[in-house]
Design a protein around this ligand. Structure first.
Ligand SMILES: Cc1cc2nc3c(=O)[nH]c(=O)nc-3n(C[C@H](O)[C@H](O)[C@H](O)COP(=O)(O)O)c2cc1C
Length: 189
């Protein structure tokens, strides 16, 4: 079986981002037959414009769409800005509403914040947007990591055992769904 490809999308452009660090830790929790590629080019995307949506608007848009198309699943990890989803992430999602790369795509949603609530409002906004785009959020596949500065150290290592255990369970469910989808695709071909 071809290696399972998961794309990680951090909603933070910050160099020392906890959310990006969380995704790097997730990569280390995956089994050998799966890999997580972190998409780092959200800042290259132009502001969404419906006038040019139907075209492969720019090479950055084409690259973003191709990365999602090639993935078996997507894991988002986002900060909360002013009780919402950061503009860079929302902009990236707007580019794939019409083109449909996230339709039926299995996905997990993480949010990490220095606040104890873990960015729960951003997580809810993100879930609402992805649901309307008909992404397949895994049951129990949303995790808000509060007080993240106490759980990820200065080297970006996630050391909070409870969070690691939760993420491992979520990854198991995600991998199970990917395998089910692949089997269904095979039986149809
Ligand atoms: C402009 C701005 C607005 C923020 N608004 C919120 C907020 O509404 N709720 C929250 O929990 N944290 C808020 N934060 C804190 C970030 O969510 C927190 O610093 C988080 O760790 C940033 O994610 P990152 O480390 O991945 O960049 C805000 C931070 C910034 C810079």
């Amino acid at each position: 079986m071809a290696k399972i490809k998961i794309v990680g999308v951090s909603g933070s452009l910050r160099q020392q981002s906890f959310n990006t660090a969380l995704l790097r830790n997730v990569a280390g929790l995956l089994p050998a037959d799966a890999e997580l590629l972190i998409y780092r080019e959200l800042a290259e995307l132009p502001l969404f414009n419906p006038d040019i949506d139907a075209l492969e608007a720019t090479p950055a848009v084409a690259h973003w769409r191709a990365a999602l198309r090639a993935a078996d699943a997507v894991i988002f990890s986002t900060p909360e800005y002013a009780h919402g989803v950061p503009g860079a992430l929302k902009n990236a999602l707007d580019w794939v509403v019409g083109s449909g790369e996230l339709v039926d795509k299995p996905m997990l949603l993480f949010s990490a914040s220095s606040s104890p609530t873990g960015g729960d409002k951003a997580s809810a906004h993100l879930a609402g947007t992805l649901q309307v785009m008909t992404g397949a959020i895994i049951e129990g596949g949303e995790l808000c990591v509060g007080s993240v500065g106490k759980k990820i150290d200065a080297n970006g290592r996630l050391h909070d055992e409870a969070t690691i255990t939760l993420i491992q369970a979520m990854l198991l469910a995600l991998l199970e769904q990917i395998k089910t989808n692949r089997a269904a695709e095979l039986s149809m071909s």
